[in-house]
Structure formats: structure tokens, C-alpha cells
Design a protein around this ligand. Sequence first.
Ligand SMILES: NC(=O)c1ccc[n+]([C@@H]2O[C@H](COP(=O)([O-])OP(=O)(O)OC[C@H]3O[C@@H](n4cnc5c(N)ncnc54)[C@H](O)[C@@H]3O)[C@@H](O)[C@H]2O)c1
Length: 351
Amino acid sequence: MAKEPVRVLVTGAAGQIGYALVPMIARGVMLGPDQPVILHMLDIPPAAEALNGVKMELVDAAFPLLKGVVATTDVVEACTGVSIAVMVGGFPRKEGMERKDVMSKNVAIYKSQASALGSYAAANCKVLVVANPANTNALILKEFAPSISEKNITCLTRLDHNRALGQVSERLNVPVSDVKNVIIWGNHSSTQYPDVNHATVKTPAGEKPVRELVANDEWLHGEFITTVQQRGAAIIKARKLSSALSAASSACDHIRDWVLGTPEGCIERKHSLLIFSSVGTLQGTWVSMGVYSDGSYNVPAGLIYSFPVTCCNGVWTIVQGLPIDDLSRKKLDLTAEELTEEKALAYSCLS
Ligand SMILES: NC(=O)c1ccc[n+]([C@@H]2O[C@H](COP(=O)([O-])OP(=O)(O)OC[C@H]3O[C@@H](n4cnc5c(N)ncnc54)[C@H](O)[C@@H]3O)[C@@H](O)[C@H]2O)c1
């Protein structure tokens, strides 16, 4: 029997990530090839005409899974009945603007959109914040949508995770699908910590640690980290526009793994003690997601912080028990400090 359509909200849908993202959702890349969808697209009045153009193109593409399109500048109409909300809309930093001014604009946007989602979205709606500052926008959304469980509010660091996989794959000249378990810790900003200490590569002789195969700590501690941290700026320099197709694709990866599960995500939960008892024999696959910190790995509770997670039955769980060396500890703390400052700045914009 055909499945009931799922309503998926994309805010900022007339923008460049939106333009790459909505056809992916309509093709089943996000929720699977047998899951019909109804797209809800929100943008602001100056972008209403462009938004209508995107709607016309979606109709023209005749996607079999797409059962309806709502294109609107009304936040209540946009949020009504949605089970997935991908928050791409936000206020960009313009030349000459202070950090606090941009924060203040985004705090106002995320506060009002939180209320609309809290009141009108479907029960158990899953929220992914993409717009920057992504972690802090997600935190504001959590604060002002108390009816949405904190387990259902996340931000995107999967793009950084995928960038780290891509760098290892290029360095070792192996398929990216054979590399797994990199971690992005912390903020979606240049203080994030891309960590390969637990990452492995599939080889004919079994899974081998990335660190052993690369055999070059200088590269792993230096260029690898800075390349991932500064990849967004490198794309802007090359394209004169910020990342869009990779951001859209990783947003689909984030929601797909959250809803449909990470590989072996359910088995791992049942046998987590067994699997994590001996480092080097980790069996499962984890991904990086910005989630509400419960204090795991001594990260301050109450921040939206990127952790390694596995997902089963629509629920993410932070991977526990990974050993953290001294260098990593410093980097985990540095990015937490930045998030704590961002949180204080965001709260100062509320008063
Ligand atoms: N987390 C990540 O990995 C990641 C990666 C890339 C980009 N980003 C961020 O994603 C955001 C979108 O990027 P883009 O390249 O699509 O930008 P864009 O400027 O092309 O599009 C943004 C869209 O949001 C709309 N918008 C502005 N205020 C809105 C509001 N209140 N409600 C609804 N829509 C609103 C704009 O009209 C515009 O159409 C930016 O904040 C960018 O920094 C995050």
C-alpha cells in the first residue's frame, strides 16, 4: 500500500541552497524512494516571486513522489502539519555589519519561527537548522518551541563531516564510501574540530585506522584540519557563491540517517557495551550532528554541539566511551567556549 505523504518544510526556499535542496527532497533523496512528500516552501515577501518560480519548476519537473507544493510567505501556513522542518532561511552577514547585529536579526527570526513550529507543526516534528550561526539559531529555536522535544532540534554539521570524509578519501585515493567514523566536534564554524582518531578505511585486509594508513601526523594535525575548517571560504573564493549543492546533499544525508537510521544503528544500541569495549574493533557507523548537549565528553550541557551519533527508529544517541587525547580535549573545549560566548551574545539580543 502506498505510504501517506510527509509534509517537509524548507525555509529560505528561494535561496541557493533551497534551489538545490527541494528537487532532492522531491526525488526521494531525503526520505527514501517510496516516500511521497508535500513540500512547504517559505521565504520573505521580497523573494515571493522567485519562490513562485521555484514552485513552477517543481511542477514542470513532474516528480512522481511530489504530491503537492505550498509556496508561501506566511510562516503559519508554512509550518502547519509539517513533520520535517529544514531551516535554511536567515539573515546573512553583510559588509560592515557587527556580529551582534547579525545575531540579533537571526535571534528574532528563529524566535518567531520557533513559536510557529511549536504551535502548528505535526507532533514529533524533526527540525534541522542549516542557516548560520546554525548551532545558536537551533538553540534559540529550542528555547522558544518548548512543545518540541529537545531531541528533535538539531543543526547541520554533516557537511563538515562529509568534507572530512572527502579529504581522507582523496589523500588515500580510496572510495569515499570506504571511509567512516570521522567526527566533527562543536560549532559549525572555523573552531570546529574534525577528528580522525577513530576513523577507519575498509581494505581487503579488513578495517584499518585512518591514522595508520595516512602515516603522516603533521598532515592530519595541520592541513587536514584547516582544509575542513576553511572549506566554506575556499568554495566562496572559487565559485563567488557559498556552498549550495553540497550543503543541500548533506542536509538530505542528515535527515535520512536520522529518520531511517545509521548503518547498524539499532544493532549497535542493543550491543553498545560489547561494541565499544575495545577500541579498534568498532563495528558500527556514526555520523556527526549538532544536538543538545547532555554533558557527554564534558561538553557543557545546554549547548547545541556537534557530536558523533548513531540513529535508530528516528532517535539519535551520542556515541559514548571514545577515548579523547590531550590535543583533542583542548580542541573540544575551544569550540565549546566559542559556543558559550555565542549563546551569551544571543541571549543579550533577547533582552
Ligand atoms: N550549516 C551549514 O553547513 C551551512 C552550509 C552552507 C550554508 N549555510 C547557511 O545557510 C544559509 C542559507 O544559505 P544560502 O546560500 O541558501 O543563502 P541565500 O541568501 O541564497 O538564501 C537564503 C534565503 O533565505 C531567505 N530568508 C531570509 N530571511 C528569511 C526568513 N525570515 N524566513 C524565511 N526565509 C528567509 C532569503 O530571502 C533567501 O531566499 C546561510 O545562513 C548560510 O550561511 C550553512
